[in-house]
Design a binder for this molecule. Structure first.
Ligand SMILES: [Mn+2]
Length: 352
C-alpha cells in the first residue's frame, strides 16, 4: 500500500521541513476532525522541537476544541495575514509574495488546491519565482498537481497517512499526537464502519491507544455529542429519504426552507452534521449508492455521495461521478457543489 516512492518522499519532505526556519501548515476550508487532527500532529511535533510555524484552517469552528493543537490553528486567511504582517513584516502591508515569509507550506487533507483557500497565493509561488516549497500530504483521489513534493496515498484518513510518515522518519508519537491520529481515523471512517478500514487501520488504532490516545473521550466528543436540533435534522433527512430502485440509489433532500428553520432555531448545528447523516443513510441495505442534497446557502446546492456495502459495490466510484459536477473525493465518499435552488413540488424535487 505504501510504495518505495512514498517512503522516499516521506524522508525528503521531512528533511526539507527540518531545514526550514518557518513553516506554514494549511488544511481545508470548513475543516473536519481529520483536517484539524492532521494540523494537530505537526503542531504538537513542532512545539516539541521549538520550530516556528503558523497553521490555517479557513472557517474553523469551535466544535473540536478538545483536539491537541487546536488553539494554535488560525481560522481565517484574513487573520493569518494580520499575524504574518505584524510578526514578519514589521507591521507593513503585505505584497502578493507574502508566502515568501515561509520556507515551506505543508497542505494537509486538502484534496485539491481550491480547498486550501490559498489558490492565488500558492500559484504566485511559481509565477513570482519564490523560494517557498510546497509539500502536499493528502489521502484523496488526485485531481491536479501544485506541490513540489506530492504525497498522495488513498488511506482511511489523512492521519493514517501521517502515521506512516512519522514511522518512516522515526518521529516519536506521544500521547497528543496519538490522540490526533486516532481522532482522524475514527471520524473519517464513521467510527471504523467504512470499507476504507483495513486490518492496518485497526492495528494503528490499537497502537495509538497503547500510546495514550483516549478512545472513549474522542468518541464522546465526535459522535456522542449530538444536540436536540441535530437529532431533529437527522429526523427530517430520514423522513425525506427515497429509494430509486432503477439506479440503486437512495437519496435525501434538504431544501433551503428546511434548513432555514434549523438555522433560526439554533446556532449549534455541528459542522459535520451532513457528513454524519449521509454516513448513517449509507448503512441502508436497499441501495448501493447514497446521496444527500442540501441547499445550505441560497442558490448553492451541496451534494454528498457515499457507497454502501454489499455485492459488487467495489465497482462503484462516486468520486468519478462527483467529478462531472466539479467535485471530487474518494471512490466510496465524494462531494460536489453546484449553483441552483431546490424547489419542492408535491412529491418531486426540482433543481433550478
Ligand atoms: Mn480526511
Amino acid at each position: 500500500m505504501i510504495s518505495d516512492i512514498d517512503r522516499q518522499n516521506f524522508i525528503k519532505a521531512w528533511q526539507r521541513i527540518l531545514s526550514a526556519d518557518r513553516v506554514l501548515l494549511v488544511s481545508h476550508i470548513n475543516p473536519d476532525v481529520d483536517a484539524l487532527s492532521s494540523l494537530g500532529v505537526f503542531i504538537e511535533i513542532f512545539k516539541r522541537m521549538g520550530k516556528e510555524f503558523l497553521a490555517l484552517a479557513e472557517k474553523k469552528t469551535d466544535d473540536y476544541y478538545f483536539l491537541p493543537g487546536f488553539e494554535n490553528i488560525i481560522s481565517s486567511k484574513e487573520e493569518l495575514l494580520k499575524v504574518v504582517k505584524s510578526k514578519y513584516n514589521k507591521g507593513q502591508e503585505l505584497d502578493k509574495d507574502w508566502l515568501n515569509f515561509f520556507d515551506i507550506v505543508v497542505t494537509l487533507d486538502c484534496g485539491s488546491l481550491d480547498r486550501t483557500f490559498l489558490v492565488e497565493d500558492i500559484k504566485n509561488i511559481k509565477d513570482l519565482m519564490l523560494d517557498t516549497q510546497v509539500i502536499e500530504i493528502d489521502h484523496h483521489v488526485k485531481v491536479g498537481s501544485y506541490a513540489d513534493i506530492e504525497i498522495k496515498i488513498q488511506l482511511s484518513s489523512n492521519t493514517e497517512l501521517l502515521y506512516y510518515f512519522l514511522k518512516e522518519n522515526k518521529i516519536e508519537i506521544d500521547r497528543n499526537v496519538a490522540n490526533c491520529i486516532l481522532a482522524g481515523m475514527l471520524t473519517d471512517t464513521g467510527n471504523f464502519l467504512y470499507s476504507s478500514v483495513s486490518d492496518k487501520t485497526l492495528k494503528i488504532a490499537s497502537e495509538m491507544m497503547s500510546l495514550g490516545a483516549q478512545f472513549p473521550k474522542l468518541l464522546q466528543n465526535t459522535w456522542r455529542n449530538k444536540n436536540f436540533w441535530e437529532m431533529k435534522l437527522w429526523g427530517m433527512a430520514l423522513a425525506n429519504l427515497k429509494v430509486n430502485k432503477k439506479y440503486n440509489i437512495a437519496f435525501s433532500v434538504l431544501t433551503y426552507d428546511n434548513l432555514r428553520f434549523f438555522k433560526e432555531s439554533t446556532n449549534a448545528l455541528g459542522s459535520d452534521v451532513f457528513g454524519d447523516i449521509v454516513g448513517f443513510i449509507s448503512s441502508l441495505s436497499d441501495a448501493k449508492t447514497f446521496l444527500l442534497l442540501r441547499e445550505e446557502e441560497r442558490g448553492k446546492i451541496k451534494g454528498s455521495l457515499r457507497v454502501g456495502s454489499g455485492e459488487n459495490v467495489e465497482k462503484i466510484d462516486v468520486a468519478y461521478l462527483a467529478s462531472f459536477l466539479g467535485g471530487g473525493g474518494h471512490k466510496k465518499a465524494a462531494g460536489f457543489m453546484v449553483n441552483g435552488s431546490i424547489i419542492k413540488d408535491k412529491d418531486l424535487y426540482i433543481i433550478k
